[in-house]
Design a binder for this molecule. Structure first.
Ligand SMILES: [Fe+2]
Ligand SMILES: [Fe+2]
Length: 270
């Protein structure tokens, strides 16, 4: 199976690069399933129906999120009736929405997507490891799903790597999101799980993690908060992770993808 996981898509520049590049990538890499982290698609903060539909129209099959999942009010109804949108699984039990979804590709293969959030330097949610274990017990690789993707939305690289090893051999891919910068550690772990600490953001990289650099600099250098953060508006780079799995649902190939904008370009060979 050919899987693409796209990192945090930030505002209009992020949506535009995904709409411009994903259809060709989908074709070139013969993608069976595409997941994108959409927690920043609506003006940098949260998800709306219109912006989510833009991603679905571009070829995204499921949208995961993170700490910004509920920044837009309309998500509270959207997340109940749109099962292609996930929020972190380890939120309190009564939180609307779902943290995992089982989907079917056009060829009829089953893909389980699990979205969890780390707790190091972040809000103290429930244990993300226990949350993933519960989902894997309910729907193990091969018996329950032909591929399993875990989006570990976290600040700390250590917590993300720990999740990679925790899932090694039990899922197809563990990929980190939230820090909006692609890491250079794409690898297949010893048990066969593909892993990259952060997929990277889809944003203008002449910015501070996708946001216009003026306001972050004010806050860092003068301790002054003068305006809301807004996405930087230059051409964005699409950052993603491409994974190929075998009949066991484990990875036989992982490659980073960087297309468009100012980052060094990397498009996997077909
Ligand atoms: Fe983000
Ligand atoms: Fe985040």
């Amino acid at each position: 199976m050919h899987i693409l996981f796209i990192g945090d898509i930030i505002g209009r520049p992020g949506r535009e690069v995904v709409s411009a590049e994903l259809p060709a990538l989908r074709e070139k890499l013969a993608l069976d399933f595409v997941v994108a982290n959409g927690e920043n698609i609506a003006g940098g903060f949260g998800v709306t129906r219109t912006t989510a539909n833009e991603l679905f129209a571009a070829g995204v099959d499921a949208i995961s999120t993170g700490n910004h999942w509920a920044d837009q009010k309309e998500i509270l109804s959207l997340i109940v009736d749109e099962d292609r949108i996930l929020r972190p699984r380890n939120y309190p039990l009564d939180t609307p929405g779902r943290g995992a979804g089982l989907y079917e590709t056009r060829k009829g293969e089953r893909v389980l997507v699990i979205n969890v959030m780390g707790r190091t330097f972040m809000d103290p949610l429930d244990d993300p490891f226990a949350a993933v274990a519960a989902e894997l017990n309910a729907c193990p690789l091969r018996e329950g799903a032909d591929a399993i993707i875990v989006d570990m939305h976290a600040e700390a690289t250590s917590e993300k790597m720990a999740m990679g090893h925790f899932c090694d051999g039990r899922v197809s891919l563990v990929v980190g999101t939230h820090t909006h910068v692609p890491t250079a550690d794409a690898q297949i772990l010893p048990g066969g799980t593909a892993y990259q600490t952060d997929a990277g953001g889809c944003c203008d990289y002449d910015s501070v993690i996708g946001m216009d650099k003026f306001e972050p600099l004010q806050r860092f250098t003068r301790k002054l908060s003068t305006a809301r953060y807004t996405p930087a508006t230059g051409p964005a780079t699409l950052c993603a992770v491409f994974v190929e799995t075998d009949a066991r649902g484990l990875a036989i190939r992982i490659e980073p993808v960087r297309v468009g904008g100012r980052l060094s370009q990397h498009i996997p060979a077909a």
